[in-house]
Design a binder for this molecule. Structure first.
Ligand code: FPP
Length: 245
């Protein structure tokens, strides 16, 4: 796509469903591990480029609640790669002033992953350039159910009344309470579905699907997605005339 990126019109919150590692590897006659390893190179490239451009919040779907159904060896490999990446990328996060966060049922992850995550989260907590949120053992329906339970407890204990429950109250009990709504959601690899990712937060997001497999999704592909986003008119339910007024 032609044209220059307008750095004043970047999505504040970019979310990505990184898909296609396995198919990318299969096309090359390699195993899935090879795909995931190359997927990590894309994670690095996209995190750095997003921070460089000035995107404030980047959220990556790294492991869904449904991914626990994959073969045990693949889950083990993904968890090991995650620990290794957190270790090897830690310095870069500091250098780029990036704050790491995690959303999902973090307590269900292996201890080694939890420890490494907590370490990096604590050490980057004061960083201000960009928030990088990893969705791990994450499912949006579970997130909404869990927020509903927390609100129910508050009502049960007479701390709030049912009338206090509105969109902002529910929002405050989601894992993403510190994040603004998603502006742009990208999914790679040609699949056009949401797969239980940030269902509440994408209510008004622009959706962008590309056939590029995640290990091939690098800076150029990100620029194309952002350019496409910048050509859209976001109306939030209003008319075009109202938006232009
Ligand atoms: C989708 O490809 C990718 C995943 C399920 C895992 C994504 C994880 C990484 C890129 C590595 C770890 C992440 C971080 C943040 C360091 P797929 O396996 O579903 O591919 P397929 O649909 O072609 O089989």
């Amino acid at each position: 796509m032609k044209g220059a990126l307008d750095l004043e019109k970047l999505p504040k919150h970019l979310a990505i469903i990184m898909d296609g590692n396995g198919r990318w590897a299969a096309e090359k006659g390699k195993n899935r591990l090879f795909g995931h390893k190359n997927g990590i190179q894309s994670v690095r490239a996209i995190v750095e480029e997003s921070a460089r451009l000035g995107i404030q919040h980047l959220t990556l779907y790294a492991f869904s609640t449904e991914n626990w159904q994959r073969p045990k060896e693949e889950i083990g490999t993904l968890m090991r790669l995650l620990v290794q990446s957190l270790r090897s990328e830690f310095e870069k996060l500091l250098e780029n002033n990036i704050k790491l966060q995690a959303i999902g049922q973090i307590e269900t992850l292996p201890r080694s992953v939890q420890n490494e995550l907590l370490h990096v989260i604590n050490k980057t907590a004061i960083n201000t350039n960009m928030t990088l949120t990893l969705a791990l053992s994450y499912g949006a329906r579970e997130e909404i159910v869990s927020a509903t339970k927390k609100l129910s407890e508050l009502v049960k204990n007479n701390l709030i009344s049912p009338d206090d429950i509105d969109e902002s109250a529910l929002n405050e009990h989601l894992y993403t309470q510190q994040l603004p709504d998603v502006d742009l959601l990208i999914r790679t690899s040609g699949e056009q579905r949401i797969s239980n990712f940030l269902l509440w937060q994408i209510a008004y997001a622009e959706l962008y699907f590309t056939d590029v497999f995640w290990p091939d999704f690098r800076e150029k592909s990100l620029h194309s997605a952002l350019l496409n986003y910048q050509q859209r008119e976001r109306r939030f339910g209003k008319t075009s005339a109202q938006i232009n007024a």
